[in-house]
Design a binder for this molecule. Sequence first.
Ligand SMILES: [Fe+2]
Length: 458
Amino acid sequence: MSQPNGTSPSLWLEGHHAPVPDEIDAVGLPVEGTLPPELTGRYFRNGPNPLPGTPSAHWFTGPGMVHGVRLRDGRAEWYRNRWVRTTKFTDGARFVRPDGTFDHAAVPANTHVVPHAGRILALVETGLPYELTPELDTVGPCDFGGLLKGGMTAHPKEDPVTGELLFFGYGLVPPYLTYHRLSAGGRLVESREVEVPGPTMMHDFAVTANHVVWLDLPVVFDMGLARSGAGMPFRWDDAYGARLGVMPRAGGPVRWFDVDPCYVFHVGNAYEDEAGRVVVDGVRYRPEDFTAFWPSIGGEGDTSAATVANAPSRAAATGSSRLHRWTLDPASGAVKEEPLDDRPVEFPTHDDARTGHAHRYLYTAAADAIVKHDLRSGSSAALELGPDLVPGEAVFVAAEGARAEDEGWLLSIVTDRAGQGSELLVLDAGDLSRTASVRLPRRVPAGFHGSWIPDPAS
Ligand SMILES: [Fe+2]
């Protein structure tokens, strides 16, 4: 994408986003503070990392690289980083075949990495998951025995009660939306088509104990953009409208609720309250926020230098999106919308043991802080990192036998804004104090999502 004034618009390739050129291994990482011995496992985090010298039309399209930090018994044993070896990465396989059909293995697998049923899956919403080993080698694409025919969202939800993994895939051609369920043992046991008006960029969804919540929002697939070779062929469309859909997990029609137009990349959590209403907490972009943000990371829109320069924070990782609550009442059809916090944030996380159930706390990343939101009191607290440091998503890890919802740690890779270095920060989730910091042997580019993968109980 060229700029009228000749300046580079590729913010996603510069500074703390700049890709690293190679794969390395390091052992015996220096630790400041004290790593809790019970943090024994692996922290893996995924993100796009284009090969040196290769173009990247959009922040979301670079090949996935997973950064891993191995912690054991109070030590930081190793760091390593590996590209996910998809067929697109190794062979240049193309997502759209010459006959117009889709090759769902030809994807960047760059968005998230999650464990389930003994597998570790690198995910991107357009295609199949790729299985990785605990040492970050790529096993290959995973279609669950040939049963998964399309994409898998990068934001599946593990039911904390049943151990099932609920997810969906969206299609650029019908079916536009399909709901899937993996058993606790990792078998694909349900695939159900869901009717929506058209193909949209549906990045996340929500689950409650009894329902699934769909985000049918006005960022639509555009065939013209696809034909022109756009990195992400989606654009804002005022005419599409915006609605949330509540679908019974056990089966039944979707109940749709019109909402104020917006975009939501990420849901924090959702649950059913005592009155049977469905409460959804997510990070909301107003239309003007999204249409300024999207071209700043390579998307379609007004890419004039002025717009890019004014794009929220120029950081790409955190725009001007804010935490928001939608309360959907299936009995009356009413929707209540309310902002939860004024601070621009992204990457909401929570205690995964509460997925689909009432939560008090959410954690988010601001441009220069890690934020803890107390939704019961309406207050928030933050660990301010200062203008030179950028935090990644803060993953919550519960302490063993935790009684309080916030008894545990937050893990976040923090990167110097000038691109000089990175650390894995371990915070006490109770008061956001620093428990430990692992100095990483190299800069880790700002990326997307990760998971704590504890060692199996011995
Ligand atoms: Fe995401």
